[in-house]
Design a protein around this ligand. Sequence first.
Ligand code: C2E
Ligand code: MG
Ligand code: MG
Ligand code: MG
Length: 288
Amino acid sequence: DQARASLQKVGVFDPAAYGDPARNLSLMGEMRRALEDGDIHLVHQPKYNYRTGRIDSAESLVRWRHPSRGMIPPDLFVPMAEETGHVRALTDWVLQRAVEDQQRLSAAGFKLTLAINISARLLSDTDFAQSAIQRVRQAPHTICFEITETAVIDNPKVALENIELFAANGIRVAIDDYGSGLSSLAYLKQLPAHELKIDKMFVQNITTSQRDALLVRSTIDLAHGLGMDVTAEGVETPAAFALLATMRCNLAQGYLVSRPAPLDELMTLLADEKRLRFYQQTAASSAH
Ligand code: C2E
Ligand code: MG
Ligand code: MG
Ligand code: MG
């Protein structure tokens, strides 16, 4: 209780306050204004590319800093938005902002692909699919859609057609949280995905659990056999990072590489990385 009291003081949300459907609905009523006023913003979490040794992509995650309720985590308000019909407006905003941030990065000399999360519910919305393709038309290959399999796909046939349409239009497609849900081989067989993201629940224990290590290793091999890149989520320790390299994992995402950060912090990190690379190359070329 003391911990909770101090958390509330620094403005962290209180889960107990979110049981009430009427309050949730009123919260969703505030979402549009929050999008306009900047209470909702994006943070970007880098993915480290083992082959290039660089950060060449990041995942854009939504944050809501509510003026009186404090930080509301996306795990809480995204499902609410899905249930109350607000997820289209939220996703349109996220995609628009990601495209803008990607352009800012590009203008600053950083070529990064930004990934956004697409709710399963939206996948069967053909109007959303068309408008999303329009929004990224200038540089579709710099945007990735992360798709989580769930039971709440309204119309699986239309969802698959839309995902195929994204891929056909040059958008990168990633399967998110792989292994955490009802992942089936049929899913892997059907989806035209470029990237498979192994859920952090498996990655976090690879250095202590032989079973988890085996599951991750086999999933990486399976994905490679199907022509996909593999991202490990939740890489928190140097030991996990090193083990994943031996497993030929392609990308590492997690607190070890970086926490999700606002655009200016991401740019600072990328600039530091660039400077370090310059020093190393200069030193290597003039070494005696
Ligand atoms: P996700 O897409 O699987 O995103 C990864 C989550 O893992 C993020 O939580 C990230 O902060 C967290 N994470 C990253 N590295 C580590 C690590 O090393 N250790 C641990 N313990 N956690 C790590 P976040 O930002 O709270 O987002 C939670 C979920 O909310 C996301 O899971 C995604 O499903 C959803 N979400 C976030 N933003 C959006 C959005 O714009 N649209 C939709 N539809 N869903 C979103
Ligand atoms: Mg994701
Ligand atoms: Mg994920
Ligand atoms: Mg997740």
